[in-house]
Design a protein around this ligand. Sequence first.
Ligand SMILES: [Zn+2]
Length: 303
Amino acid sequence: MRRHQILSALLLLVAFLLPWRLVAEPSAQPRLRVLATFTILADMARNVAGEHADVDSLTPPGAEIHGYEPTPQDLVRASRAQLILWNGLNLEVWFEKFFADLRGVPSVALTEGIEPILIGSGSYAGKPDPHAWMSPRNALVYVENIRAALARHDPRNAEAYAANAAAYSEKIRAVDARLREQLARIPEDRRFLVTSEGAFAYLCRDYDLRPLYLWPINADSQGTPRQVRAVIDAVRAHRVPVVFSESTVSPRPMRQVARETGARYGGVLHVDSLTNARGPAPTYLALLESNARTILNGFLGTN
Ligand SMILES: [Zn+2]
């Protein structure tokens, strides 16, 4: 008898709780699962998503993004995503093939609507330069594309995405103004930005610098004797005081340029990847500020 009583009490309890569970369901709906191809896009997307979507980066901090080789686990992760954000403009040369293996996961190229600068030399000459995010002005287009994509795939939180995008865009504009003020202090006749990869065309356009580089893009051959020779000649001809390298490539060829020309090796810039939380560029905005600081210190001889 007692057993029966307990059982009916339990049944009552279940019957009582069931409607509440149904009512509680909408607020407990899972968050949109977003996967970005690399750390910089993931950081931008996190700023727009706030608490309303889960954003992950397919590649880890420090990864080489141009020639990345996706693993079978990457494919599994990507197939679980509800939205994939990628750069496009031939940055992720591996992506189209990778994406062809994914069924039904929507993807958005965040450079949609950006006027590309074309690559000037090498085997990718005439193709768009993919490093459009290096211009804060372009980053505003990325942010708007992220906002639109999140709102389309998760309309319930569209207002929050719009508010987050507006606040983040304001921060990007503030960093842009600071960069303009800082980089304007580089002497007029020395305004060459010498880097390993020619990834700074957009940044140079925005802040009135002239890009000089060893190789046009990391997807191409890197640091050949001919590339090193050409930059040595240019650094000498323009009496450029400082040269830089990037975090995802070997600094060796640029150190050779520094040795042979007497220019200072100004250190490491961040382009294709963020650093982890302990590094100098754990976010996109920190990346822009860290680069500006490194460039300016290089020219002023304080690093
Ligand atoms: Zn690159």
